[in-house]
Design a protein around this ligand. Structure first.
Ligand code: NAD
Length: 487
């Protein structure tokens, strides 16, 4: 097995195994090959991971933020030095093409360690508040043990996006990757130790939806950050609310991407393709409802069809491949089911719609698919598909498209393509979404906050905003005179 780690879990600075845990296989989605065999965490492993994190956190919180930051920045350097090896592992873990992982996965994780490592010395300061003779000050204090639970689409990035802000604020993290992509986070844990992180501060344990609750409900866990679907988010938020734990919820979406008739059509087509086909469509912020103004619909679809049919699908380990498989057979079947629904409900299939011929039947491939003439009520326009399926909807005017774009329970992202900047700002101002892009799509550098509104979640990752979600304020009132009591 070509990606077998030393053991399933990483706790207190070492690989740890507990063979009493249920066996599960890590499968390379491009071929069906078993690349690793692991054990899910037993309650004893969960206990050990949380206890080690709790113990290590006390000393870590006493270190200066700059000293903590230095370790994170070193981890960023190691990740960049090993980008090729880490990207290859990410490709095996997810099936995403190496052409993508080499530029988007370990590198964006490294960005996160570098950013939070760099801002540590200034971002954790408190305030001095003058009150006449008296005064007060605030201290930014860590939450304690934070749990990170990841989705399968960006395993290394998610492990870092949660780990970096948690650690810099003086917390410890126990991270549980998706059962579909268990491998990348173990390497991140290893690299953090190599960079000098004291043992126990970043533990990784494996498991699925039955392991998650053991972590969420653990009395020594103070915060849970989940990246996953809305139904999982509801369950995790409910469990965390019972014990009043802090939560960050990065959930799903059905985001609108609006193309006005004055847009640069090639850019709009490129943005729509990036926002539907990158990572084989398995991106939470994807602009899966592409609203195109009627007068440019014909030209938009013509160029979109040609460029979509030119996408190179195939072996993810080949640098020429632009699109790999989806994560597993169940997801492939679910997506094909949505495609059938789209046809049955009357959408026009512009291109794609089935399994490509030129790839291994053992892989979980799907052609990049475009539907036109999609209407708001169709299933494919309402539900998150999480695959390479783009829905193109027509619209007449700005007021109408805004109302339709916002008519969804989700609110993760949105985009607008237009050359009229006044209109662009007017439209993004009214879109109900956590992140909106003007004349581009899906760019998420670490410097900008990322997260959703409505059912897409709450809390923000990345940027200085993330500091607020991994720390809290302690206020200290300092009296300079005698106490004047009325009794
Ligand atoms: P999922 O909800 O099935 O699983 C996510 C994680 O939660 C997994 O690690 C899983 O084991 C765990 N889990 C499941 N049930 C749990 C429970 N009851 N308690 C605790 N943990 C539990 O999601 P997925 O299918 O792995 O990922 C796809 C979803 O993630 C999509 O909806 C996508 O939009 C979303 N996503 C969101 C973002 C974001 O930043 N907003 C990023 C990537 C993916």
């Amino acid at each position: 097995m070509r990606a077998q780690p030393k053991a399933s879990h990483f706790i207190d600075g070492d690989y740890v195994e507990d063979t009493a845990g249920a066996v599960f296989e890590s499968i390379y989605p491009a071929t069906g090959e078993v690349i690793a065999r692991l054990h899910a965490a037993t309650p004893a492993i969960v206990e050990r991971a949380v206890a080690s994190a709790k113990k290590a956190q006390v000393e870590w919180a006493r270190m200066s933020p700059t000293a903590r930051g230095r370790i994170l920045k070193r981890a960023a350097e190691i990740m960049r030095e090993r980008n090729e090896e880490l990207s290859h592992l990410e490709t095996l873990d997810t099936g995403k093409p190496i052409q993508e992982t080499i530029v988007a996965d370990p590198t964006s994780g490294a960005d996160s360690f570098e950013f939070f490592g760099g801002v540590a010395g200034a971002a954790l300061n408190g305030e001095h508040i003058p009150l006449g003779a008296d005064w007060a000050y605030t201290k930014r204090i860590p939450l304690g043990v934070c749990v990170g639970i990841g989705a399968w689409n960006y395993p290394q990035q998610i492990a870092c996006w949660k780990g970096a802000p948690a650690l810099i604020c003086g917390n410890a993290m126990v991270f549980k990757p998706s059962e579909n992509t268990p491998l990348g986070a173990l390497k991140i844990a290893e690299i953090l130790i190599e960079a000098g992180l004291p043992r126990g501060l970043y533990n990784v344990i494996q498991g699925d939806r039955s392991t998650g609750p053991l972590l969420v409900n653990h009395p020594d866990v103070n915060k849970v950050s989940l990246t996953g679907s809305v139904p999982t988010g509801r369950k995790v938020a409910e469990a965390a609310a019972g014990a009043l734990k802090h939560v960050t919820m990065e959930l799903g979406g059905k985001s609108p991407l609006i193309v006005f008739d004055d847009a640069d059509i090639d850019s709009a087509v490129g943005g729509a393709m990036l926002g539907n086909f990158y990572s084989t469509g398995q991106v939470c912020s994807n602009g899966t409802r592409v609203f195109v103004q009627k007068s440019v619909k014909g030209e938009f679809l013509k160029r979109l069809k040609a460029r979509t049919e030119a996408i190179t699908i195939g072996d993810p380990e080949d640098y020429a491949t632009q699109m790999g498989p989806v994560i597993n057979r169940a997801q492939q079947e679910k997506i094909l089911g949505y495609i059938e629904k789209g046809k049955a409900e009357g959408a026009t299939l512009v291109t794609g719609g089935s399994i490509p011929n030129a790839v291994s039947a053992d892989g979980c491939y799907i052609q990049p698919t475009v539907f036109a003439d999609v209407t708001d009520g169709m299933t494919i326009a309402r539900e998150e598909i999480f695959g390479p399926v783009m829905c193109v909807l027509d619209f007449d005017n700005e007021a109408e498209v805004l109302e339709r774009a916002n008519a969804t329970e989700f609110g993760l992202s949105g985009g607008v393509f237009t050359s009229d900047m006044t209109r662009a700002h007017r439209v993004v101002d009214q879109l109900e979404a956590g992140t909106v892009w003007i004349n581009t799509y899906n760019l998420c550098p670490v410097e900008i906050p990322f997260g959703g509104v409505k059912q897409s979640g709450f809390g923000r990752e990345n940027s200085l905003a993330a500091i607020n979600h991994y720390s809290e304020l302690k206020t200290v009132y300092v009296a300079m005179g005698k106490v004047e009591a009325p009794y």
